[in-house]
Design a protein around this ligand. Sequence first.
Ligand code: NAD
Length: 289
Amino acid sequence: MEARITGHTGLLALIGSPVGHSGSPAMYNYSFARLGLDYAYVAFDVAEDRVKAALDAMRLFHMRGCNVTMPDKTAAAAFVDALSPAAEIIGAVNTIVNDGGRLTGYITDGEGFVNNLRDHGIDIRGKKIVVAGAGGAATAIQVQAALDGAGELAVFNRKDAFFERTLETADKIRAAAPSVRVNVYDIADTGRMTEEIQGCDIFVNATIVGMKPMEKETVVKDKNAFHPGLVVCDAVYEPAETRLLREAKEAGCICVGGKGMLLWQGVAAFKLFTGMDMPVDEVKERFFA
Ligand code: NAD
């Protein structure tokens, strides 16, 4: 790594808090070295109220860009100069590209979800997708799925602070992709959720249920919802196999874990930063096996 860094090396970073556990620096630096690109990628712990200062520093240091993780994604969307169509609807960014001092914010989580499914041989076009969740990841999935041609979305969330936002997002999706049917339900309505999953092609959990400290829990309360051939995805990537995926697999479903989505959102960001394709197969084998 040291041998690669010169006075010309461009800088990229992950910002958020905490960031120390992130696999992004290893994944990006490996890819830069592999493709002979003169960039280095580090991680900066940036509290939410310091995001504006961090973005000003990005301009000052002529950084090529950054990835943004929790809790900075919404604040970062407010301080960039332009937003991609998906980031505009979602109101959050996970990738910022600096073109000569002009910062454009993107959210690649939804693209990561769609491309991970494609990598598993699953096409979302025309499909009915049931999504549990209405936070950052869930909204990105809903918006990208609609923009990429899903047929119908059924969204389930708790009647918590996210619920109002879910209704607003549904309206924005209807405006951006009028051919997509979108319905929003209370996740406490287990009967409705079972029925909707039984009648769908793809079910996605994009809540925090299944990740620590809720690793013993699942959002699907009635296992009758599962049927052989149903695609069941989890945005949660730690643990790699959640209770949801374990139970869905036992019921004959096709299971797709959150690690692939993490990889593919990085692949999309890498393309935005460099204009080049990440060496996906090698990165998958080294960092996501
Ligand atoms: P968030 O805080 O924005 O949203 C949390 C969601 O969980 C909301 O919909 C909330 O209503 C719901 N929720 C919280 N407690 C719940 C409960 N007890 N029962 C039912 N629903 C509950 O979080 P986020 O950033 O959207 O992350 C959600 C998950 O997705 C996390 O596990 C995160 O690690 C994962 N994620 C994965 C990727 C990836 O690339 N695989 C990318 C982003 C996020």
